[in-house]
Ligand binder design. Structure first.
Ligand SMILES: NC(=O)c1ccc[n+]([C@@H]2O[C@H](COP(=O)([O-])OP(=O)(O)OC[C@H]3O[C@@H](n4cnc5c(N)ncnc54)[C@H](OP(=O)(O)O)[C@@H]3O)[C@@H](O)[C@H]2O)c1
Length: 267
């Protein structure tokens, strides 16, 4: 019998992986996971800080080949130019993780926000993700396949109060995942989404003890999802372990979506 789950399935040696928004937080940990698994990794952000991320990953994983790409996902011309450069350098990805996001904080309340603010969020989270995916999918079709993973949020199905732009962008990203999965799986391009609830980032350090407690009581697992746990799921989806797993929307949220009200509220 052939091995059911050979460890080679989780090796990314010889693969090129682009994680958008990997200059910090979740994206950085996703990039680290792929570097650890032998991939050639491209870290990305809109600022020079992406170079720091490249240096840190190179120091952590001296055996890994790490590149940096800096472009604004709200700028279609910059995206086009960046992918032309990747192509010229032979760095077109086998795996794309659409992770970067404009979180839509600030003046985002429905009545108060400007249409520019709303549009900026949609430009980055939807149009930016769409354009990267389209450019990568054309390449993947030509080379015989690969994987695209969209990082979504429960906000796409249950709005976060005061963050309409972000909520809409993630709902639309889920729709995009379904369309891409349908149209691309025939070319062996597997498209899936990971839908997140509370993710631990250093922003948790800025919460008051009361707010932290409220979040924990609102999560059946009693903890936010760690970036490493999310990375393991993303890497599974990027691997060839489940070739017919396409168009899935895998919710990794500590059970947040199955709990009607926080644990300390009696109904
Ligand atoms: N954190 C959570 O609790 C949570 C919950 C649910 C879902 N998620 C999803 O998980 C993903 C990562 O979240 P996170 O908390 O790690 O985000 P984050 O800390 O805000 O980091 C966002 C990343 O995206 C990049 N980025 C933002 N705007 C960009 C633009 N216009 N062009 C290019 N890059 C841009 C940032 O790079 P620069 O700073 O260089 O621009 C940064 O690397 C997002 O898709 C988010 O929606 C997060």
């Amino acid at each position: 019998m052939t091995p059911v789950f050979p460890s080679s399935l989780l090796s990314f040696a010889g693969k090129t992986v682009l994680v958008t928004g990997s200059s910090r937080n979740l994206g950085y940990t996703l990039a680290a996971g792929f570097a650890e698994a032998g991939a050639r990794v491209i870290v990305h952000g809109s600022h020079g800080t992406v170079e720091d991320a490249r240096e840190r990953l190179t120091e952590l994983y001296p055996q890994a080949e790490v590149h940096a790409a800096s472009f604004d996902l709200g700028d279609a011309t910059a995206i086009e130019r960046a992918f032309d450069e990747l192509s010229e350098k032979g760095l077109m990805p086998d795996v794309l993780v659409n992770n970067a996001a404009h979180l839509g904080l600030g003046e985002s309340g429905f009545l108060a926000q400007t249409s520019e603010h709303f549009r900026d969020i949609i430009e980055v989270n939807l149009f930016g993700a769409f354009q990267c995916a389209q450019l990568v999918a054309r390449h993947l079709k030509a080379i015989g396949g690969g994987a695209i993973i969209n990082i979504s949020s429960l906000a796409g199905e249950r709005g976060i109060h005061g963050r309409s732009g972000y909520n809409v962008s993630k709902a639309a990203l889920d729709g995009l995942t379904r369309s891409m999965a349908q149209e691309l799986s025939g070319d062996s391009v597997r498209v899936n989404a990971v839908v997140l609830g509370y993710v631990w980032t250093e922003r948790w350090n800025a919460l008051s003890p009361e707010d932290t407690q409220r979040r924990l009581l609102n999560t059946p697992a009693g903890a936010p999802s760690s970036q490493e746990e999310i990375a393991r799921l993303v890497m599974f989806l990027a691997s060839e372990a489940a070739p017919t797993l396409v168009g899935a929307r895998i919710v990794l949220d500590g059970g947040l979506n199955v709990q009607q009200v926080p644990r300390d509220v009696v109904v």
